[in-house]
Design a protein around this ligand. Structure first.
Ligand code: ACM
Length: 264
């Protein structure tokens, strides 16, 4: 299947502009699955809880999810994209999955980073794997990468491809994803944003370099650090289903969970 990412620079608070930008990039893409960055519709650097409240949307009724559903239908593809979700009195840093037939599901970020902990509620739905026919995909968001448990759980639940919506500010993730994919024998699509946000006396620079990571410590695609870019590669999904490392070792069969109990 043809799978990839959209890397661009969202402008904080300008939801309509950001949706238009993404729409025109999806329009030109040739893919079965595209992953968009974390909070791609709002931008990242909130300065108050009120901003998070004002910019959050209901899922699937809000305009961002509706735009994604329309694009998925028109282009006959699957989309994963990060947005600020309002659910009753709660606000989540979420990513939605939509198909050509409409809304499929939502992942709510489990491991909140830095001041996100002030604006958002921690994810309450855990890690889910979606069988979309062409592949089984799992979703995680940005900082989840630093907890190997996130990708491990998704992989043990059968994910072939990890869709990783991101707003990366530390320089470590892209290289770490090579190890995450190697240890789980899964593909990953890390969709990062670019640019610098300066708000409320703070400044964050996002590292770009979105990437599609292969199974064997190989990089299938890495974008530039500050380019607007749509990266797509052909992925042989079946390869992720065989966890055999050599004639003697299988990555999942050889696990010894009876010795891992202290993790809890
Ligand atoms: C992050 O989780 N946005 C670094």
């Amino acid at each position: 299947m043809k799978a990839g990412f959209i890397q661009f620079e969202p402008i904080f608070g300008e939801i309509d502009r950001n949706l238009e930008r993404v729409e025109s990039l999806i329009e030109k893409a040739d893919a079965d699955l595209l992953v968009l960055p974390e909070l791609f519709n709002t931008g990242y650097l909130f300065t108050s809880k009120q901003e998070a409240i004002d910019l959050s949307e209901e899922v699937p009724g809000g305009k961002t999810t509706q735009m994604l559903c329309r694009m998925a239908r028109e282009k006959n593809l699957y989309l994963v994209g990060g947005l600020a979700e309002k659910s009753g009195e709660k606000f989540f840093n979420s990513a939605v999955l939509v198909s050509p037939e409409g809304y499929v599901g939502t992942y709510r970020k489990v491991h909140l980073f830095f001041e996100e902990t002030l604006w958002f509620d921690p994810g309450d739905k855990g890690f889910e794997v979606y069988d979309i026919g062409k592949c089984r995909l799992g979703i995680m968001i940005c900082f989840d990468w630093i907890f190997p448990e996130a990708m491990r759980v998704l992989s043990l639940k059968g994910a072939d491809i990890i869709c990783h919506s991101s707003n990366l500010v530390l320089p470590f993730c892209q290289d770490a994803m090579i190890t995450r994919c190697l240890e789980n024998h899964v593909f990953a699509i890390t969709a990062n944003r670019t640019g610098t946000e300066k708000r409320g006396g703070e400044s964050l620079h996002y590292t770009g370099k979105s990437q599609i990571t292969g199974l064997g410590a190989d990089l299938l695609y890495r974008a530039g650090g500050d380019t607007e870019e749509v990266g797509v590669v052909d992925i042989d999904v079946e390869m992720a289903r065989d966890k055999k490392l050599n004639d003697y070792n299988n990555l999942f069969r050889d696990r010894r969970p009876e010795f891992y109990g202290d993790i809890r």
